[in-house]
Design a protein around this ligand. Sequence first.
Ligand code: NAD
Ligand code: MG
Length: 393
Amino acid sequence: MKGLCLLGSSGSIGKSTLDVVRLNKETYSIVALTANKNIQCLLEQCIEFKPAYAVVPDNALADIFRKNIESSEASDTVVLSGIESLEFISQLDEVDIVVAAIVGAAGLLSTLVAAKAGKKLLLANKESLVISGDLLMSVVKENGATLLPLDSEHNALFQCMPDAYIAGQRPKGVRKLILTASGGPFLNTSSQQLESVTVEQACAHPNWSMGQKISVDSATMMNKGLEVIEASFLFDMPIEQIDVLVHPQSIIHSMVDYLDGSVIAQLGNPDMRTPIAHALAWPERHLSGVSALDFRKHQQLTFEPPSYERFPCLRLAYEALELKGSAPAVLNAANEVAVDAFLTKKIRFIDIPKLIEKVLENSMFNRAESIASILEADKEARALAGLQVERLQ
Ligand code: NAD
Ligand code: MG
């Protein structure tokens, strides 16, 4: 049995991971589960999977949860609180695999701790790699951790790499990484229409069902921008060798273009259980619960270049990657604040890139060589972004 610590089990990726575990019960035992707010979901998960630990970072909420769990069938589960508990469960001896599925920079420290403990680290939390790219990759390397991407595009790229490829190495013979993008709900929406789109429209992704933050990121295409940065660190590829290609059907999840003219792609139905099952089982394969791809239903696979005019977030992400150091952390922090302000109806959809651009313009960047310098950049960018939200309201 492999011991699993699932950070962010109440979220979209967390639930999909437990779906895969349910199909492979003989292979995995759940050591720890966590939720930030949805303690009802966490309680149900604890009753079903009987983890040794459950973490609820907020102390008051953890007290309520502890009472609920004591009178349930999961009364043996130890409830921990405080954000440091996320780090505690990520390095336990009985944990073999850590699934990092917390959303945003909040997932950074637990991800780093899992890497430092040399775990098999399944990374959904792309923001942690965006903000601490070089640092996280070197912690992975120095401590013999195994980093496997869960993000569907990066998991696809990983699957298209040569045998025995290890994340962090520059793959040999590769001309380009081609990240596919669905284009999100506003692929064909005009600039004028974008001025008045609602939260509900932004969160209604045509192909994927995901958490709110990443849904908005997909609508602005910041998600693809973050993924370009994620790919550059994961595969040690220079910026000019990473392309974005809009592919609205989301059947090809990404492609590797080799020097000899071969292009290797990974295909499948758009369902996160496939990359999750791939990374859990790697280097073997097991069931994911995803149905086989029926090519008769997908007779048209189309491609087009992205629009940098209607989706400036994509350009901003390339610019932040070019600037290096703490610039990606600043981009990410400004984006988190902007998305939250849009979700709480304080700013308009089209204000998101404007806000991020202002924060990038007004920031001083550091080299992002230590956790302290990264956290400092994150904090300053959030403060600058907060001022921009006030200005725009
Ligand atoms: P979600 O909003 O559905 O779930 C987020 C999880 O993080 C929840 O369990 C929540 O309790 C936890 N969380 C939120 N804030 C926290 C905090 N401050 N401290 C501790 N825990 C906190 O999000 P999701 O869609 O599952 O996405 C999770 C991560 O995976 C994101 O980084 C996202 O970019 C990435 N990802 C998601 C998908 C997808 O299909 N959903 C695909 C690729 C990558
Ligand atoms: Mg993705």
